[in-house]
Design a protein around this ligand. Structure first.
Ligand SMILES: [Zn+2]
Length: 260
């Protein structure tokens, strides 16, 4: 009887691994190979598109223009970047593995400038570049496995059926605004840091990242109710302090971009 559990454990050991992220230097627990990000993200995005209405025309073009400009100067310009605007009265934005990014119409309407929109997009682009979606999904899967007593077959993610299943999970999670799959605090702080660097590199004023979070903070304290984005993006003074502390670096990057 004991041997029945050896095969799945071996599969976990070979597939699940800790990888050091070359951009952040942090060790990430990942059960999904990087080679699967693109297929996963694409399938999940297609599922999302079937369940929501997208905004077309000028607002969508603006988001795509700014997003692509930042993504092109990120550490992963090679990803299959796509930026959409979802026609819903929701204050939210998210990124799927492989470079699929969505901003909701209400969030877009709230942005006071291209710089502020670039702060949101830079943040989400960083989540995709740093593989935070794959990491959060891996953590959730590991928890499920622990609960199911390693009942989940792990070594089979390359099978298209498994990819479809994971993509459906991701799409569902995306549709819920990542409420079910929050990123960890360290992932959020990484996305703030790297995202602000990317936006500055693309020629957007990094100081807008601070005003964005100050605005979110005010909304949280106001009577309008908490923006959905904040359910996975807890805002506090530490977040703003961290960005402010590195502002000289971001501004130097911004000045270089302006000169070139
Ligand atoms: Zn985030």
């Amino acid at each position: 009887m004991r041997f029945r559990f050896i095969a799945p454990i071996a599969a976990v050991l070979t597939i699940a691994c800790t990888e050091t992220n070359t951009i952040t230097g942090r060790d990430q627990f990942l059960m999904i190979p990087a080679s699967q990000d693109a297929a996963l993200g694409l399938e999940a995005m297609n599922e999302v598109k079937q369940s929501v209405k997208l905004v077309k025309g000028k607002p969508a073009e603006r988001v795509a223009r700014i997003g692509k400009r930042i993504a092109a100067l990120s550490d992963r310009p090679d990803m299959q970047w796509e930026f959409v605007v979802i026609d819903e009265d929701v204050l939210n934005a998210w990124a799927l593995p492989g470079g699929k990014v969505a901003v909701y119409k209400k969030m877009l309407d709230m942005m006071e400038s291209d710089d502020q929109l670039a702060a949101v997009l830079g943040h989400e682009i960083s989540h995709a570049v740093l593989r935070h979606g794959a990491e959060s999904l891996s953590r959730a899967q590991a928890q499920n496995m622990a609960i199911a007593g390693l009942g989940l077959a792990v070594g089979t993610y390359t099978k298209s059926g498994e990819t479809a299943q994971l993509a459906a999970t991701l799409a569902n999670v995306a549709a819920q605004g990542f409420v079910a799959l929050p990123h960890s605090r360290s992932m959020e702080l990484e996305a703030d840091d790297i995202g602000t660097r990317y936006m500055a590199r693309a020629g957007y004023d990094p100081r807008a990242a601070v005003t964005l979070w100050q605005k979110m903070q005010k909304m949280k304290e106001g009577s309008g109710g908490q923006p959905q984005w904040l359910s996975t993006h807890p805002t506090d003074q530490q977040r703003i302090d961290r960005l402010s502390a590195k502002m000289a670096d971001y501004l130097a990057e911004y000045q270089r971009a302006k000169k070139s």
